[in-house]
Design a protein around this ligand. Sequence first.
Ligand SMILES: [Zn+2]
Length: 183
Amino acid sequence: MSSHCAFATRLNDQYWAYQLLRRKLRTKLACRAIKTLRPKDLCNLYFSLHRESPVSGLVPSITSMPQARESFLYMALFASIYRSACPGDIRSEIDLNAMIFAWDTFCTIYPNHILERRPFGRIRPANFDEAWIITEAMKDGLAELPYCTSCHLPYLVIHGCKYQQVCQMCVLNQMRKSKYLIG
Ligand SMILES: [Zn+2]
């Protein structure tokens, strides 16, 4: 019985490993969700899918991801799709189904802005690694998606980020308005 369960778990992990690595999630991050496959197995799978090794180096951090105010709007969109697709609590664990759905939807909306290597533009998440970091930050409470009572949209808050924890959509609208008044 238990060996049957172990087999099913491993098969399930293999399926998710394929889904995650196909979208180029670096194996360092995939290891956090896939427990029954060794990092070496994940690297081999990544190489067999892409004929290149996964990106190495530092994992991107949520606090340094937005380089411009506009980035918050895109990140909030991705986070909202993820949250809507998530059947459970986003604070308990990353829902892989919802995560992949949100990323594929985001890529359909911005097909030409998805980049694997720097320099990245304003549209973030720029790649699946960054998408993963956003969902992980929401799980860990490092990022939140409160509702803005002024523009009636959810906005993204990143704790410890250099940007103020306010609705960036409203800030941008305010800036545009004052520019119009002055100009
Ligand atoms: Zn707002």
